[in-house]
Design a protein around this ligand. Structure first.
Ligand SMILES: Cc1ncc(COP(=O)(O)O)c(C=O)c1O
Ligand SMILES: [Zn+2]
Length: 560
């Protein structure tokens, strides 16, 4: 059992972490951070880490999940640190390293966030969640939610490239395309979550998200140390076990990444595992660079950009809110650094350089950091002897158009006028068309937990259902008597009252006799048993033999 707690950033209150708790119980602030017993952990962790495989869960004592569940992992984290020899030579800086986050399960650094975030939701028993995204967060969360049996609603601004949207949809996430800016899509998602009482991913205010990002810092110092350990240390000194780079570069949208990575370096420093904090370079796209404007004007609060003007929509967070304020404070108090912007043209040029010189093809959002590095070296901000790590944040592998067909997204259009005049009503009106009021009510009856999860997942990924579960025949009968059901998906082999018994009971009660039943069974039926089902069930599916689409098609046809 992992030991950690949440600490309010406004009043210092310390409380038990639970994803259901969104505010500090004392002052109602939405901003808190995870705290660990670093003093104790410092002496034991390096040896434990060394005995584990190189992935994100290597740092499990420092992650906000109570129990470690290896089964939900897809090998997140543990990405390579590649020495960029050619780029280094071109720039006159021989120690440039690429942290290759393209090698995560969905090809971006957001896989860390999704892996830890979904593990935390699952642990808390949360089955449905909402997020807004410029693409990659939705893709990563969709993959992990699919595995965990969590239904996901992704609100994507209509500016998100179709390739990314299809990638989200292929995982069975409910895609809502919001014709508005990313900041407005976030508002719509938050309102939707509030109306339906669903859990919302809140970026830097979501503890697992920040904590997940910090694993990048831990990995970097371990990897940099290995790179340089051929150097001899003076025998009399007792050095910290690890080395920090001089610089960490990252492309920045909302700022979650650098905020988390900074926290990681700070913890390492607090534990005495590194002897200095790296400087952090946050690079934004020129057409949407609210943090850069604020930094250059010496402001603590960033002025939101209303209409981003960049092709790099992945980075189009117009309003970074408090994340900027925290980030710049911590950079100033820590190892320093700067905020800088680059043009789309500089970014596209960096894509070519990186691919042609280093064999690393990246998406524009990731290339922004490299364009920023090139600019910083040319401006003389980086000394030739310094060690630089650039987070190569991602490269989407698109789902081809013909794979998905049409009709996989819902549309919400926010007109600038309604939003300016009556924002609340505008949001409500726009959302009212996203879903119907009443969803078909489906009971899943199965004594095997994994089978219930699978069937729930099939339903979740196909549309909107109100789902009930019963773990045996007796519960199923009680459920049918209590709730008006539109469909029952029924297992046959269950202890005490089996599926046949449930059917007998349903058919004997005039109120329930009409409920359609799909039998899903692992049982090889005898002719006698087949006879007992004849005329009483809608269809029969063999576990392990039906593909999920067949069950979904049956259900859709029945509930039309
Ligand atoms: C590929 C890529 N790089 C960088 C970012 C910036 O992320 P943040 O500022 O939230 O850390 C994102 C965010 O979506 C991204 O997808
Ligand atoms: Zn508080």
């Amino acid at each position: 059992m992992n030991s950690f707690y949440a600490e309010c950033l406004d009043c210092g209150n310390q409380f038990h972490y639970d994803p259901h708790i969104l505010k500090c119980p004392r002052c109602q602030s939405q901003w808190s951070e995870a705290r660990y017993d670093l003093a104790t952990l410092a002496s034991v962790l390096p040896a434990r880490f060394a005995a584990r495989s190189f992935d994100l869960w290597r740092y499990r004592e420092l992650l906000p999940v109570y129990e470690y569940h290896p089964s939900s992992s897809m090998g997140e984290g543990g990405t390579p640190l590649i020495h960029a020899v050619n780029l280094g030579m071109m720039l006159g800086c021989p120690n440039i390293f690429i942290k290759d986050e393209r090698q995560g399960p969905t090809n971006s650094f957001k896989d860390r966030q999704a892996a830890v975030g979904v593990a935390s939701l699952k642990e808390a028993g949360i089955l449905e969640a909402v997020l807004a995204s410029t693409g990659n967060v939705a893709i990563s969360y969709s993959a992990y939610a699919a595995r965990a049996g969590i239904k996901l609603w992704a609100f994507l601004t209509s500016l998100v490239p179709a390739e990314k949207m299809r990638e989200v949809a292929i995982y069975g996430t409910q895609v809502v395309k919001v014709t508005a800016s990313y900041d407005q899509a976030k508002l719509v998602a938050a309102e939707f979550a509030r109306q339906r009482g669903l859990c919302l991913e809140r970026g830097a205010r979501t503890i697992p998200s920040v904590e997940a990002m910090k694993t990048i810092a831990y990995e970097i110092v371990e990897q940099i140390t290995t790179q340089f350990d051929t150097e001899q240390r003076p025998a009399h000194s007792l050095p910290p076990p690890w080395r920090a780079p001089d610089w960490y570069f990252q492309s920045v949208s909302g700022g979650l990444g650098p905020l988390g990575v900074q926290k990681g370096f700070s913890e390492l420093h607090a534990m005495g595992l590194i002897d200095k904090l790296p400087a952090i370079a946050c690079i934004q796209a020129e057409g949407c660079a609210p943090m850069v404007h604020a930094w250059k004007q010496g402001k603590e609060v960033a002025e939101p950009i209303q209409s981003p003007r960049t092709y790099i929509t992945t980075l189009a967070t117009g309003d970074p809110g408090r994340t900027y304020t925290l980030l710049q404070q911590r950079m100033k108090a820590g190892g320093g650094g700067f905020f800088e912007s680059v043009s789309d043209e500089e970014t596209f040029r960096a894509i070519h350089i990186l691919a042609k010189m280093e064999g690393v093809s990246v998406e524009p959002a990731a290339a922004v950091a490299f364009a920023g590095l090139i600019k910083a070296v040319r401006a003389g901000h980086i000394r030739p002897t310094e060690t630089v790590v650039v987070n190569c944040t991602g490269h989407t592998m698109p789902v081809e158009k013909h794979v998905l067909g049409e009709g996989w997204a819902r549309n919400v259009v926010l007109s600038a006028q309604t939003m300016a005049e009556t924002p609340e009503e505008g949001l409500l009106a726009a959302l009212s068309r996203v879903t119907a009021d009443r969803f078909p009510r489906v009971a899943i009856v199965d004594d095997t937990p994994d089978a219930r999860i699978l069937i729930r997942r099939i339903l979740q990924s196909q549309g909107e259902y109100t789902i009930f579960e019963a773990i045996d025949g007796r519960q199923a009968i009680e459920l049918a008597n209590r709730e008006p059901l539109d469909l029952m998906i029924l297992d046959l082999m269950m202890p005490e009252v089996d599926g046949f018994g449930v059917l007998d009971s349903l058919k004997a009660n005039p109120q329930n006799a009409h409920i359609p039943v799909i039998v899903v069974t692992a049982k090889e039926l005898t002719p006698d048993e087949k006879e007992r089902l004849r005329g009483r069930i809608h269809s029969l599916m063999q576990k392990g033999e039906f593909m999920n689409d067949e069950l979904a098609d049956e259900i859709r046809a029945l509930l039309k």
